[in-house]
Design a protein around this ligand. Structure first.
Ligand SMILES: *Cc1c(COP(=O)(O)O)cnc(C)c1O
Length: 212
């Protein structure tokens, strides 16, 4: 069933789009099932959960951190994380740089931008991104692009406006920054995100079923 869900999604999206299977709250066995059908990118939103799962699963899995990340926890995922999609402050970025150095690696990151109307979501404003990019000078961090979450609403027009605002900012900076990842779209809105230029989607419930 997980296998069928994965192949249905993969056959409906362009081959250059990366599908991140969001496995938060889901058991290791379910992840293994997805892995065995060929899925390698998985997203988690909690450090401890990611660390525990990574220890039990094959080493060629690419782990994506998609949830709010506390600075004092970066050290636990720094040795192995593939992409930190939820960078929402320059202090966090500095800590990732420090841990990247310690682990003698470059850690790929996305800046998480707050594009939704909702108050509660983490993320940088476009202005925050401007100033962060201006003073950004790191050797062990590579900013690959942007991540954003649209409002939880049935108003497709609203969602499209939000996705397009992120696409515009991405397009403005992509040539100079050499960005290559625009992460937008979840189970409910990834088809729309793809029409708005997304090249990475983060899909959980449509693969693994609803979370409790
Ligand atoms: C949980 C989560 C997703 C996946 O949500 P679904 O609606 O289950 O596809 C995507 N992105 C982020 C940042 C999430 O926290």
């Amino acid at each position: 069933m997980i296998k069928d869900n994965l192949s249905a999604i993969l056959s409906s999206i362009p081959s250059e789009v990366t599908l991140v299977a969001v496995s938060k709250t889901k058991a290791v066995d379910r992840i293994k099932e997805a892995y065995e059908s060929g899925q390698l990118d998985f997203g988690e939103n909690k450090v401890q959960e990611m660390v525990e799962k990574a220890a039990l699963l094959p080493k060629n899995i690419r782990w994506h951190m998609i949830g709010h990340l506390q600075r004092n926890k970066v050290k636990y995922i720094a040795p192995f994380v593939s992409l930190i999609q939820s960078v929402d402050s320059s202090r966090l970025l500095n800590e990732i740089e420090k841990q990247g150095k310690k682990n003698e690696r470059v850690i790929d990151c996305l800046l998480q931008v707050r594009i939704s109307q909702e108050e509660t979501k983490f993320g940088l404003t476009f202005k925050d991104c401007d100033s962060l990019l201006q003073k950004f000078d790191c050797n062990n961090v590579r900013i690959r692009g942007l991540m954003g979450m649209a409002s939880f609403t049935s108003n497709q027009y609203q969602i499209e406006i939000e996705f397009r605002s992120l696409l515009d900012y991405y397009n403005q900076h992509q040539p100079q920054q050499q960005w290559d990842i625009l992460s937008m779209g979840m189970s409910g809105d990834y088809p729309l995100a793809l029409t708005c230029g997304s090249n990475m989607i983060r899909v959980g419930s449509s693969i693994f079923g609803a979370r409790n």
